[in-house]
Design a protein around this ligand. Structure first.
Ligand SMILES: N[C@H](CCC[C@H](N)C(=O)O)C(=O)O
Length: 257
């Protein structure tokens, strides 16, 4: 059966988007999801996202990594889904939707989508890295030679190594530019490669940098391979709230396969 899909990208993190309000997509078909995400044999994407109806909110988000498995929250994917929902006429310029990690508020103005992320009250500060969950698990560590660093090799070692093992974590390498700007490169679990941007990842980096006193700012710019994202937040007694991921989400093309 032909499948209509829409391709979106948010700072180079790209997704196959499907309008599943009629519940026609076979959600158990891992092979089909992996095929659609395959960059040689399929459409090609870091992940696949279903837009579904919700009784109480604007829509529901279901996210799959490129490996075909349903996964945890995708920040850039959530931003792209808001833009997709507007393109379909499901929303106008704001949304409240349910994702695997709970409810998300969002606004859209042109290409710019602002997505509210989870509150974070637990940030593990280790000797050489920080670990936190911003809707997906993130390992954060400094790498001053970030431009030449072998993200896939080194990220994979951390992702599959102890304590993450098979369940894994996303891995973010960070270089400080100044108190307002950090450069980030991310190895993504479930893509098992570097992605040009990771929304929950840059959110994790922004909060981690504040938590370890690398900055006192609460509006931080993250330079990623695919562009720039911003993260804003409030913090009180170690609780990070009112966390917003801000950046572009763009329609690329519509197709059938
Ligand atoms: N690969 C991640 C989910 C997608 C995260 C990323 N695409 C984002 O924008 O947050 C994981 O399995 O934890």
């Amino acid at each position: 059966m032909q499948q209509t899909f829409y391709k979106y990208q948010g700072t180079g993190n790209d997704f196959v988007m499907i309008d599943n309000r009629q519940q026609t997509f076979d959600k158990k078909n891992t092979e089909q999801v992996a095929f659609l995400c395959d960059r040689r044999f399929g459409v090609g994407a870091d992940g696949l996202i279903l837009l579904e109806n919700h009784d109480d909110f604007d829509f529901k988000m279901v996210y799959y990594n490129a490996d075909g498995n349903e996964s945890s929250m995708c920040g850039n994917g959530g931003r792209c889904l808001v833009a997709f929902a507007k393109q379909l006429g499901v929303i106008k310029d704001k949304a409240v939707f349910e994702a695997i990690d709970g409810l998300h508020h969002a606004t859209i103005d042109g290409d710019i989508v602002k997505l509210q992320m989870l509150d974070v009250d637990t940030i593990e500060k280790h000797e050489n890295h920080v670990f936190l969950d911003t809707g997906s698990p993130h390992h954060v560590q400094f790498e001053n030679q970030i431009e030449a660093f072998d993200i896939k090799t080194e990220g994979s070692k951390i992702r599959y190594g102890s304590p993450y093992n098979e369940a894994g974590s996303n891995v973010n390498f960070v270089k400080k530019v100044n108190d307002q700007i950090f450069t980030v490169r991310t190895y993504e679990r479930g893509v098992e490669d570097e992605t040009l941007s990771c929304g929950t990842g840059v959110t994790a980096v922004a909060l981690a940098m504040h938590a370890i006193n690398e900055t006192t700012e609460n509006l931080i710019t993250l330079q990623v391979q695919g562009g720039e994202l911003r993260v804003s937040f409030d913090v009180e007694n170690g609780l990070y709230s009112n966390v917003w991921l801000i950046g572009p989400a763009k329609f690329v093309f519509k197709g059938t396969i």
